[in-house]
Design a protein around this ligand. Structure first.
Ligand code: VG1
Ligand code: CO
Length: 569
């Protein structure tokens, strides 16, 4: 049994989560878990060009190094992201269990993978390199990001830690798969790409996708952003599915992501956006983040907002993806994600859940058999094939939809494009205009103003009443989102301040839980438009009145001094 699962980052595991999961599911690996061990088993997912997983079975000499607490080691939305390494897990989480360690390949992954006392994971989309972020995520029993009950215990330990235990073994060669014995201690390096590929072949109809990617009249590009999916892109898209070798951009994983910021959005994946919006752009473009769990989907001159993407995947899943041939069990989104998915759930008569930001809340629903497809507005999309969001899965899902729609088209006939799929979807379900403004923290940016703004908004909602006028909008309710898990009854509060108006429009405010310094403010704006004649408008234009209302209601400029967001989605 896998007791815990750690991810390293830079190849930071979206893939890790993603990549680790197949390992758990694949019977080929089960023998790896059957060894009894005195301490724990650890699987290291290497990264970059290496990209292997490693199992440790040990009974070795332990070195004890005195240490002392380092403050500020509380995990956020998903794991800990810092510029430093720390140790610690409660003993009940590693004694007589199996631990898996994986990495996204960012700077210091390889060295950390050798440090038996510390489990190193990923800082996801945060930049990497000696001067940038490093991170640790702890994923729990079924592979989902650890619930707060566990991360709180870990945090408690960081406050009182006094020593680090280190196994005294030589560095492990991560560049070759296979088992290495160090006396009573064994390490097995595995290749997670092969396991992941096998899983994907079971989820999707690869011959259908190949029929699209090998067409001479369909051009595909995938930007791995020099991050972990670089190791997956060629074996999957090129070797298996017939895409042209030059369709993979930035496909070599680098420890500093080539000085990039591996966050697949309109700002940080600008090179890809320029290609897709350029003259004679490709038909389909996608990118994923540091650890491969995020995805951005683009058509020629067309951006698919992630809230629409998950809704469109859900609406088309049963017809186009074999894994869902009996239909999805249920759908879910994070609270700030637009209500597009709600409408699909309603139409397909499926159970629907709204959870707080962060993937950890989806896992319980999946384990209970209540949820198959879910997503977040932050470029995270996935299903219950694993317990993390999965960037490559999302790309394969979109390729499945396009391949299905174009399977009978002859060369030279006009293909159904990404924008056709989205426009048809809007015509059927209506369009949820959506935008997110991020005011990202920098080292110089004080968190005080942002915290004061949130306090001010909390005070405002406590005095708000149904029927209050906000410009031309009428308030239905305002609150700070509280979630009760329908499976275990656990309750989390203060998950985002929302103002919901009588026409269904919403403005939402949160502070990021994934930054490494300062405070990042996120504002989410949404408005539903049923009238198809009004769908072909830029979201920034359609949402302008609501965006202005969000800025004036929050007094953001006064509190933070920030004039402009750093990222607009
Ligand atoms: C952000 C996103 C959230 C996502 C989280 C982890 O969190 O908003 O939707 O689950 O990152 O994604 P926050 O607290 O900064 O808003 V990843 O790719 O960094 O694991
Ligand atoms: Co990520």
């Amino acid at each position: 049994m896998l007791h815990g699962l750690f991810l390293l980052s830079r190849l930071r595991p979206p893939l890790l989560p993603v990549l680790l999961q197949p390992l758990l599911l694949n019977p080929r690996n089960s023998r790896s878990f059957s060894f009894s061990c005195q301490l724990n088993n650890v699987c290291l997912y290497g990264n970059g060009s290496v990209n292997f997983g490693v199992f440790f079975f040990f009974l070795i000499q332990i070195k004890i190094v005195p240490t002392q607490p380092i403050e500020g080691q509380k995990t956020g939305t998903s794991g800990l992201r810092k510029k430093a390494l720390f140790d610690s897990l409660p003993p009940e989480d590693y004694k007589n269990g199996v631990l898996v360690l994986g990495g996204d390949g960012r700077y210091f992954n390889l060295e950390a993978a050798q440090a038996n006392g510390g489990f190193v994971m990923s800082a996801s989309h945060n930049p990497g390199g000696p001067d940038y972020d490093w991170g640790i995520k702890f994923n729990y029993s079924s592979g989902q990001p650890a619930p707060e009950s566990i991360t709180d215990k870990i945090y408690g330990n960081t406050l009182s830690i006094s020593e680090i235990k280190m196994g005294d073994i030589p560095d492990v060669d991560l560049s070759h798969a296979g088992q290495i014995d160090y006396g009573s201690f064994s390490v097995e390096v595995v290749d997670p790409v092969a396991d992941y590929l096998e899983l994907m072949e079971n989820v999707f109809d690869f011959s259908l996708i190949r029929s699209l990617l090998s067409r001479s009249d369909f051009r595909f590009v995938f930007d791995a952003m020099h991050a972990v999916t670089g190791a997956y892109a060629k074996p999957i898209f090129v070797d298996k599915l017939g895409a042209s070798p030059d369709s993979i951009l930035n496909g070599v994983p680098l420890e500093d992501f080539g000085h990039g910021h591996p966050d697949p959005n309109l700002t940080y994946a600008k090179d890809l956006v320029d290609i897709m919006y350029g003259e004679n752009g490709p038909d389909f473009g996608a990118a994923s983040d540091g650890d491969g769990d995020r995805n951005m989907i683009l058509g020629r001159g067309f951006f698919v907002t992630p809230s629409d993407s998950v809704a469109i995947i859900a609406a088309n899943a049963q017809e186009t993806i074999p894994y869902f041939k009996a239909g999805p069990k249920g759908l879910a989104r994070s609270m700030p994600t637009s209500g597009a998915l709600d409408r699909v759930a309603q139409k397909l008569n499926l159970p629907f859940y709204e959870v707080p930001t962060g993937w950890k809340f989806f896992g319980n629903l999946m384990d209970a058999g209540k949820l198959s497809i879910c997503g977040e507005e932050s470029f995270g999309t996935g299903s219950d094939h694993i317990r993390e969001k999965d960037g490559i899965w999302a790309v394969l899902a979109w390729l499945s939809i396009l391949a299905f729609r174009n399977k009978d088209k002859k060369v030279g006939e006009k293909l159904v494009s990404v924008s056709d799929v989205v426009t048809e979807y809007w015509a059927t379900y209506g369009r949820n205009f959506f935008s997110r403004y991020d005011y990202e923290a920098s080292l110089e940016c004080e968190s005080e103003g942002a915290n004061k703004m949130i306090e001010y908004l909390r005070d405002l909602i406590s005095k708000s009443m149904e029927g209050d006028k906000y410009g031309s909008y009428t308030l239905q309710f305002a609150d700070d989102f509280t979630y009760t898990d329908p499976v275990d009854g656990s309750v989390v509060s203060k998950q985002g301040i929302r103002f919901v108006f009588t026409d269904g429009s919403r403005i939402i405010f949160r502070l990021s839980g994934t930054g490494s310094a300062g405070a990042t403010v996120r504002i989410y704006i949404e408005q539903f438009e049923p009238d198809a004649s009004k769908h072909d408008v830029d979201a920034q234009i359609a949402l302008k009145p609501l965006i202005d209302l969000a800025l004036s209601t929050s007094k953001l400029k006064e509190f933070t001094g920030r004039e402009q967001p750093t990222v607009i989605t």
